[in-house]
Write a protein that binds this ligand. Structure first.
Ligand SMILES: CC(=O)N[C@@H](CC(=O)O)C(=O)NC[C@H](CC1(C(=O)N[C@@H](Cc2ccc(O)cc2)C(=O)O)CCCC1)C(=O)O
Ligand SMILES: [Zn+2]
Length: 623
């Protein structure tokens, strides 16, 4: 309106959200995270059902409410795929039927996986004489999609991204990461709970089978199981080694594989939660994970406005490419290859058109049939179906049209975004294309601070310590000159030290792992710089935007405020202790502090004095 203030409903909604979440009494140049999220942290507590709680989690909770609505609604004449999703959902929420059936379905299944010695009698005589590890591993893998001892799956050949090969690697363990098997300090309680969990399940099954329950024997057997798992954990790679795709690439043919590697394996404790999420939530998530295109269709029709197809990707890609000229550490030859790779990045926004096509959708689920009163069997159906689909990929050539365009790495009802190094592709599912990330009615400063930064983050993944090993076609080919590689490593080291010096109070004061989080930190820093530059370009071209009501900040400042509020959140200590080990992302607080301390434009926007906490002497920059 006349005095340059936007008073539309969307502007009013954005303004009130920003005001509610911030704490204006904090000096933005001292701690911008507290300034941006202080209000949020005072008003939000972590629900008993969650181990962490943040802006992202709230959006995911809201999305689950939408899924509940569409999965409970019967629609005459709908595509069969949609009816199947609703049947699966109903079988999952049918608690009384599940209760009535008790452990019977599980008892019937155990025979198929050669039984569990602790939960049966005379296993040695019935199974022991013929039992072979390879048979157990193969059966659990191909029929139950469970990786035991050895994780093999079909995936693209890193050095020929158009073909599929069998990947053989280490499995995930029963506990959340190899560090837990020390069973000391913060890991003592999780270990005890894990052991107790195995004991309880063994007792339950033996009781259901009217077998004698000798707790001492069970405890001894379970102790041996945990002992074996400890040995397996010690044999696994550390996260650092796993993050290096060149180290991980050891292709060999089956003959060599057989010759060299013949196979002669309380809930609070883990996540800090004290109660499980509501059954309908667990079921909505389960159905979404197992029928992502059917659920994606329901979600998109119900809640996705769709006009965000013309996202700011072109503008941010252009900034990334223009920025290459200003990098004095990269030589011309490597810059040229980087530009080609950036130009080649494919983008997928919202959802795949295919999910709108009933024939396509029904065909995807044609072999899947569920019954409304046999949830356990429905799960086994899914496990077998998914595994067969995965293994079948081996013989499918991954020609460009199929591999890249049709197969998305994710469903639409997902609040997240992705970069695929083997496809050199960025994906923004419908679930993330909503406020605070993006809204047609939001000012561009908020959109660039939200989804703009995410776009830059995903693009920069193609050039972080992991993604940079792949060329524009997604093949593991070195396109760097040795001198540019050396410079990249030096500049990255600055961030390894910077983020590695952050101590996280929620994780007993442990310091972040600057190596494990390097890729994400490079992506965050690149994303914020590119999206800010893109916003300034936008303003140069289109003029200043009207301000927001009730908040005395200009749009450069609002850009940073909205970026920071995306990362408002907090963790339970149990979760913090886990995520600091296994999450490749830094905790939200440090994603904000670390990237803005490295960005002089932030200090300029808030007139931060030299050497204030948000304007340190030493800064890091890669892209
Ligand atoms: C193939 C794959 O899966 N790649 C892994 C990374 C890897 O394994 O290499 C991965 O996560 N990729 C997604 C992720 C997306 C973004 C992110 O940060 N997403 C948070 C969201 C969150 C945060 C707090 C919270 O409480 C709940 C959710 C997250 O997913 O944690 C979205 C904004 C920018 C980056 C990215 O691009 O890094
Ligand atoms: Zn990332």
């Amino acid at each position: 309106n006349s005095d340059g203030v936007c008073t539309t409903a969307d502007c009013t909604r954005s303004a009130s959200r920003l005001i509610e979440n911030m704490d204006p009494n904090v000096d933005p140049c001292d701690n911008f995270y507290e300034y941006a999220c202080g209000g949020w942290l005072k008003k939000n507590i972590i629900p008993e059902t969650s181990s962490r709680y943040s802006t992202f989690d709230i959006l995911r909770d809201e999305l689950e409410v939408v899924l509940k609505g569409v999965l409970e609604r019967s629609v005459a004449g709908e595509a069969s795929a949609l009816t199947k999703a609703k049947t699966l959902y109903r079988s999952c929420t049918n608690e009384s039927q599940i209760e009535n059936r008790g452990g019977a379905p599980l008892l019937d299944m155990l025979h198929d996986v050669f039984e569990w010695p602790i939960a049966t009698d005379n296993w040695e005589t019935v199974y022991g004489t013929t039992w072979k590890l390879e048979d157990a591993i193969a059966r659990l893998n191909e029929k139950y999609g469970t990786q035991v001892l050895v994780n093999f799956f079909i995936g693209t050949d890193d050095k020929d991204s158009n073909s599929h090969i069998i990947h053989v690697g280490q499995t995930s363990l029963g506990l959340l990461s190899r560090d837990y098997y020390a069973c000391t300090g913060p890991y003592e309680e999780p270990c005890r709970a894990y052991e107790q969990f195995m004991i309880d399940v063994a007792k339950l099954i033996r009781t259901d089978r009217n077998l004698v329950v000798n707790e001492t024997h069970i405890r001894e057997d379970v102790a041996r199981v945990l002992g074996l798992e400890k040995e397996i954990a010690n044999a696994t790679d550390t996260p650092e080694d796993r993050n290096n795709p060149v180290l991980q690439y050891n292709k060999m043919n089956l003959g060599v594989l057989n010759a060299n590697f013949s196979l002669e394996v309380d809930t609070k404790a883990l996540y800090g939660t004290t109660s499980e999420a509501a059954v309908w939530r667990q079921c909505a998530i389960y159905v979404n994970n197992n029928m992502d295109n059917a659920v994606g269709r329901l979600y998109v029709e119900e809640a996705f406005s769709g006009e965000s197809k013309e996202l700011m990707i072109a503008a941010i890609r252009e900034v990334f490419i223009d920025n290459l000229d200003h990098l004095d550490w990269m030589d011309a030859e490597t810059k040229k290859a980087a530009e080609e790779k950036a130009q080649a990045i494919r983008e997928r926004i919202g959802y795949s058109e295919n999910i709108k096509n009933d024939t396509y959708l029904n065909n995807e689920y044609k072999d899947l049939n569920y019954t409304a009163d046999e949830y356990f069997e429905n799960i086994l159906t899914n496990l077998e179906h998914v595994q067969k689909k995965r293994l079948r990929k081996l013989r499918v050539k991954c020609e460009t049209p199929y591999c890249v365009i049709l197969r998305w790495v994710t469903g639409a009802a997902i609040v997240n975004a992705f970069y695929s190094s083997s496809k050199n592709q960025i994906v923004f599912p419908a679930g993330i294309l909503q406020p605070p990330f993006f809204g047609k009615g939001q000012t561009k400063s908020l959109n660039f601070g939200g989804i703009g930064m995410v776009i830059g983050h995903e693009i920069t993944h193609g050039f972080d310590d992991n993604g940079r090993n792949y060329d524009k076609d997604g093949d593991l080919k070195d396109w760097w000159t040795p001198s540019s590689t050396q410079k990249f490593v030096e500049l990255s080291k600055c961030m390894v030290d910077q983020y590695g010096s952050f101590s996280w109070d929620l994780a007993n004061g442990l310091n972040l792992n600057g190596n494990n989080t390097l890729g994400e930190n490079i992506a965050d820093n690149g994303g914020i710089r590119q999206s800010y530059r893109a916003y300034l370009n936008y303003v140069e071209k289109n003029g200043n935007e009207p301000l927001l009501p009730g908040i005395a900040l200009n749009h450069q400042q609002l850009f940073f405020l909205n970026f920071a509020q995306v990362w408002c959140g907090t963790h339970r200590p149990e979760h913090a202790v886990n995520s600091i080990k296994v999450d490749v992302h830094s905790p939200g607080k440090f994603r904000v502090l670390g990237s803005l301390q490295n960005f002089p434009e932030f200090a300029k926007a808030f007139n931060c004095p030299k050497n204030s906490n948000m304007r340190p002497e030493k800064t890091c920059q890669v892209w």
